[in-house]
Ligand binder design. Sequence first.
Ligand code: GLU
Length: 425
Amino acid sequence: MVKVRFAPSPTGYLHVGGARTALFNWLYARNQGGTFVLRIEDTDQERSTQESIDQIVEAMTWLGLDWDEYYRQTDRTDVHLEAAKSLLENGSAYEQDGAWWFKVPAGETVVHDLLAGDVTFNHDQIKDFVIRRSDGTFVYNFVVVIDDADMEITHVIRGDDHLTNTPKQIMLYRALGRKPPKFAHLPMILGPDRTRLSKRHGVTSVLEYRRRGFLPEAMVNFFARLGWSHGDQEVFTRDELVKLFSLKRTGSSAAIFDEEKLRWLNQQHMKLADPSRLVDLVRPFVIESGQVTEEMWNAAGDERLTLSAELLRHRCHTLIDLASMMLVLFPVEIEVEDEIALDDRQKEIIASICDGFSQALSFSHSDVERLLHAMLAEQGAKLKDVAHAIRVTTTGRAVGPGLYNILSVIGSEIVVARLRDLIRR
Ligand code: GLU
């Protein structure tokens, strides 16, 4: 039975690397029908904060990475103390200046990494190390072993920055007479310039991506592809990932963090999303724009909002894009992509279209089509004479969904107001 854990130190936000580690553990557990443990490694009490724990939990919840067991390492101090004493007693550790040190034996340790293969560490290169500080607190390399052993973790899946810790941990397992788990060290994540991903690359906490209008399923898809692949498929639903994930298809070479790809993936997932869910998700972004109040939003009606989200999402990369497009539904000033200047003839045509529209009793897709063509016929004009001007003026953009559809969703009142405004200019 597979049992894995994500073991963050709560000293900051959940970052991209941590989220990728959490996801790979979660996917492995769910794929194998195993158990996923969240263990907060808070033994460094000076740097650990409750705020960070809350952020980590919130980010994991947002990503949908649910856990089956939850621990805080500091709740297990008694167990750690017992284990440390046993090492002093069996001569594997010694006391010096109040701190307790593990005595590194002569020889070598081979880490059989599931991804990188065998990596040999000669003990000549490894100095004795502290397991318990003089203030009585325990050190990561020691407690991680006690906890992984007690919790019967079968696979330790973590970033490859921990590879050099692994021989120390294996020595501790041996000294304690316990069986080490299997290890898989995930390849490093690099920025587009091929240096180790850091704040310099503008890559921030996971929750920052929520604020920037990304969908959790797009993030999960994106993180999964930082090291794992399945043929040349790029877009995966969460269920597909759970079904297809395997450590065998996880590579050992560095993964590149490409924000353009994330934006593209987010666009794909926005197209897959249930439109009424998009409406719920985009709402705070629209309200945040300051142009639309809660009352205005509620008055717009669910059906109209859902239809517009469905029509407008195709060209959007993020919820922020969608929010700015959805402003067209409201009586607010919208940004236009292209300055439209009408000649007199066009003014005449559009004026008569406005007359037709403003008398409309209903404004469905087919009403818009019928009215528009009736007014054009009356003027002896063609749709192409005014289509661009109408589209840009009412939606702000030169390209977009079908004209009748979008006009119908915007509604006759706002459409006419925007067009009359254009004629006046
Ligand atoms: N607390 C460690 C970290 O956040 C955990 C490493 C591990 O998974 O063993 O880096």
